[in-house]
Design a protein around this ligand. Structure first.
Ligand SMILES: [Zn+2]
Ligand SMILES: [Zn+2]
Length: 374
């Protein structure tokens, strides 16, 4: 057992290499496996050896649109093991299993007091980096975790929980935030359009609120995976008109709430039409600024509301951690593809071009570790 305070000075780095491999973003659709320095850490910071990092739609968007300057190392659904701690870190020790958030708000500014944490200036600062402009850094062997993340954005992973399960804490938090934005009431009917991994998590979380849930997707394979999570009321959108079917199932009214978990703007109309008058529509995957066609009378005359939700909420951290660590949902089963870090470009390419059989894609620097750690 470590004695408290024993690691209050930075542990010696003899076991930590000077360089590591990382997936470096060099420009639009240009990510390369490169050798870069292992980041050094300062007071109050930690170095985490990455085991698993999920590939998120927002990573893919940044890579394909060039919305951020290069070079950067992305990846923010990160779980792994503490490799070293800086001075004044007493809570964590080398060897601890953790997952880390990359954004944590100040809890004091105007936006934090109004609970719109994602708009907080501190929140917008990225607290994890594998080098270059801080951008998450999970697609690398080691990541530097900055002090405010060590203090408020690090979560312990129990021994019996895999790194693969643990890397879902951040996406679950974002989904939970979206569900709360919809203010679901018991007995309501909810439709989730899109049954990728995020659509399935959103659906399972909605069901917890006691609603009747209908799912739709173009791929029957995805609907089958959804059914294995108890999402039985499905619409095969490749053969059935989603809006008509939803109305059939709701005495002609439409759903009380519709969740759009497919990117792009082409299904916004469908989502709006599938909602009943006075219903709510959550845009969860519309992360790109632009223009979309919306029927203004659907909002004015039919009193439908458009609701948005983006990123995670620090207020929901405990609940999302509990959901993942108590295995309320076997999230690992959403992972269809696991790639070693050396195949990071293939991983990103597959995630950017989803196939009927592909669900969550993860990059696992930890697949090269000794032993059989998951
Ligand atoms: Zn994400
Ligand atoms: Zn703030």
């Amino acid at each position: 057992m470590a004695i408290a305070g024993q690691y209050s000075v930075q542990t010696d780095r003899t076991n930590i290499p000077a360089t590591m491999q990382a997936a470096v973003y060099r420009g639009v659709n240009d990510v390369r496996l490169e050798t870069v320095p292992v980041p050094s850490i300062g007071q109050g910071e930690m170095l985490v050896r990455v085991h698993t990092c999920g590939v998120c739609g927002t990573d893919l968007k940044k890579i394909s649109t060039g919305s951020h300057s290069a070079p950067r190392i992305f990846g923010h659904e990160t779980s792994g093991v503490v490799a070293a701690v800086g001075e004044r870190v007493s809570e964590y020790h080398p060897g601890d299993r953790v997952m880390v958030f990359h954004h944590i708000p100040c809890r004091e500014c105007f936006y934090c007091q109004n609970k719109t944490f994602a708009q907080c200036a501190t929140y917008k600062k990225v607290g994890c980096t594998a080098g270059f402009e801080p951008s998450g850094g999970g697609f690398a062997e080691y990541v530097r975790v900055m002090n405010w993340i060590v203090e408020h954005g690090t979560v312990r992973v129990p021994d019996h929980i895999s790194f693969q399960q643990a890397c879902f804490v951040e996406p679950v938090n974002t989904c939970l935030k979206g569900i709360y934005a919809l203010n679901l009431r018991r007995g309501e009917t909810v439709v989730t359009i899109g049954q990728g991994p995020i659509g399935i998590i959103l659906s399972v979380l909605s069901k917890r609120a006691g609603v009747t849930l209908i799912t739709s997707d173009l791929y029957p394979e995805r609907l089958r995976i959804g059914s294995s999570f108890g999402l039985d009321l499905t619409i095969d959108a490749s053969r059935t008109n989603v809006v008509e079917r939803v109305r059939e199932l709701t005495q002609g009214r439409g759903a009380d709430a519709v969740i759009l978990a497919v990117g792009g703007n082409s299904l916004i109309r469908t989502a709006m039409d599938a909602a009943r008058p006075g219903g709510r529509v959550l845009l969860f995957a519309q992360t790109q600024h632009g223009e979309a066609v919306i029927d203004p009378a659907a909002i004015c005359v039919d009193e439908k509301s458009l609701v948005g939700s983006y990123s995670a909420s620090v207020d929901l951290q405990e609940e999302s951690v509990r959901f993942v660590m108590d295995r309320e949902m076997d999230l690992e089963r959403l992972i269809s593809h696991r790639f070693p870090l050396t195949e990071c470009t293939q991983a990103l390419d597959l995630a950017a071009h989803p196939q009927p059989s592909s669900m969550k894609v993860v990059i696992q620097p930890g697949s090269a570790w000794e032993g059989n750690q998951k």
